[in-house]
Design a protein around this ligand. Structure first.
Ligand SMILES: Cc1cc2nc3c(=O)[nH]c(=O)nc-3n(C[C@H](O)[C@H](O)[C@H](O)COP(=O)(O)OP(=O)(O)OC[C@H]3O[C@@H](n4cnc5c(N)ncnc54)[C@H](O)[C@@H]3O)c2cc1C
Length: 440
């Protein structure tokens, strides 16, 4: 195929997370005369697979191999270290490419929206998880872990990840790619009590049974729950949810049997409690919660409050996308309004930027594949010679784009530097990555 062939369809995908990669896969699998450029603001690909998924869940990160295969397709390019909206505008991309797909995820923490949520010691999960995972935006966060008690707010798998990573020993994390600075900070911490708090009940909690079960197997930390909070029956729930919810309740029943003195660190799992105020002067010293009760399909406040002492609060209550100049954005929902993935003519959206922060990695597959199918059905080449447009802009503006080969060099250096059974020692500063590439 000639790069300047007027029949070539040029597609730019902004974001190299699962949604971006599945879209690219769907495009190149189903069309020959196509070129796909995947642009990412980081020099490294894979979005939350690298910067979000828990460092001790390496098998989940294995999906990177599938994306790597897509990057190996001759019609796909990765252009890292290029931020759309800062280094190049969406309008410029739309001018250069026949279609543009926004796959930028939802990188911002949803705030608690209660008095005191701006105090030092409140660290949203995007930042906290990004910190322990070596995301360059948060590598220098240095959360204060010289605290005896940490409150993690949320009853989903992200909350479970955060408490597990804080509770595991160095040995338990040996085969993970937890950053060394986070590992040192966690092991040196003074944490004795972890709280995982949710405003709804155990049946409505969103965590999955495998992840919840892992909390019962921690070497140094005992999971505790008040037996009175666990219902005898599941109630009226969709049939397909019954197996997972049954297993969740069984795990919780086992935790309710545990003794607080069993292990040095205690994990208190509490339901039907919604945060109403963060206590402390400038720094967090505690959290005030209001008990909730179930009525008319909703959890409502009861007016009865209680306080817990804590020096760090990690809300895991959802994420918002970043707006992008040139695309309509719904500030309230924190996503790009769309109709089946289409924003407007030749502009599409996939993944968390499309749906909000829901679903698993696999949910992004039909999403990306469906949008790819739609692009192939409704966008025709405009006969523009887009080839090299972005590279030209980058060189004129003095930006350093990283290629997929560059990423493989960074990855090789990380694997080489790994200690013991760890899969890699992550490089978490962009300058360090670029310096390494200069030396290669
Ligand atoms: C803490 C955490 C743990 C998770 N663990 C699991 C798990 O164990 N299993 C599971 O199935 N799912 C898990 N998920 C969910 C899964 O990670 C998401 O479903 C998935 O990553 C969403 O994909 P995405 O491509 O929409 O967004 P992302 O993965 O966030 O990718 C977005 C990409 O866009 C790039 N980008 C953003 N803005 C710009 C810009 N302006 N210009 C260029 N590039 C940009 C980002 O750098 C990023 O690479 C987890 C999520 C979180 C938050």
């Amino acid at each position: 195929m000639s790069e300047n062939d007027s029949r070539t369809l040029w597609v730019a995908i902004i974001g190299s997370g699962p949604a971006g990669y599945y879209t690219a896969e769907g495009l190149v699998k189903n069309a020959e005369n196509i070129r796909v450029d995947i642009v990412d603001r980081l020099p490294t690909p894979y979005g939350l697979i690298r910067g979000g998924v828990a460092p001790d869940h390496q098998s989940i990160k294995g999906v990177m191999r599938r994306y790597e295969k897509t990057s190996g397709n001759e019609n796909v390019r990765f252009l890292g270290n290029l931020e759309v909206g800062r280094d190049v505008s969406l309008a410029e991309l739309r001018e250069m490419y026949d279609a543009v797909v926004i796959a930028t995820g939802a990188p911002n923490d949803r705030r608690l929206g209660i008095p005191g949520d701006d105090k030092a010691g409140v660290v949203g999960s995007a930042a906290f998880v990004g910190w322990y995972n070596g995301h360059p935006d948060f590598a220098d966060l240095s959360p204060d872990l010289a605290v005896k008690s940490v409150a993690v707010i949320g009853n989903g798998n992200v909350a479970v990840d955060v408490v597990r990573v804080l509770a595991k020993t160095t040995g338990e994390m040996a085969a993970s790619d937890l950053t060394s600075y986070a590992s040192h900070a966690i092991q040196a911490s003074a944490i004795e009590d972890l709280w995982m708090l949710g405003r709804r009940g155990p049946v409505e909690a969103k965590f999955t049974h495998k992840e919840l079960g892992e909390l019962g197997e921690l070497e140094n930390c005992v999971a505790l729950v008040d037996a009175g909070q666990i219902p005898d029956e599941l109630g009226d729930i969709p049939e397909k949810a019954i197996p997972v919810k049954t297993k969740n309740l069984n795990h919780l029943r086992a935790f309710a049997e545990n003794d607080a003195g069993d292990k040095p660190v205690r994990l208190h799992i509490a339901f039907c409690a919604r945060p109403v105020e963060i206590l402390g002067d400038k720094r967090v010293t505690g959290l005030r919660l209001e008990k909730t009760r179930f009525e008319d399909g909703k959890y409502l406040g009861t007016g009865k409050t209680f306080d817990i002492e804590c020096g760090l609060i990690v809300p895991c209550i959802g994420y918002l996308s970043d707006p992008m100049e040139g695309a309509t954005f719904d500030e309230g929902r924190g996503l790009f309004p769309n109709e089946d993935g289409k924003i407007e003519d030749r502009l599409y959206v996939v993944g968390w930027a499309r749906r909000g922060p829901t679903g698993t990695i696999g949910t992004n597959r039909p999403d990306g594949m469906g949008v790819a199918e739609r692009i192939l059905a409704e966008v025709s080449p405009r006969g523009k010679a887009c080839c090299g447009g972005l590279d030209r802009i980058a060189s004129e503006r003095g930006f350093r784009i990283t290629s997929f080969d560059d990423w493989k060099k960074i990855e090789a250096a990380e694997i080489k530097a790994a200690q013991g059974v760890a899969p890699r020692a992550k490089i978490s500063h962009i300058e360090e990555m670029l310096t390494l590439l200069d030396k290669c």
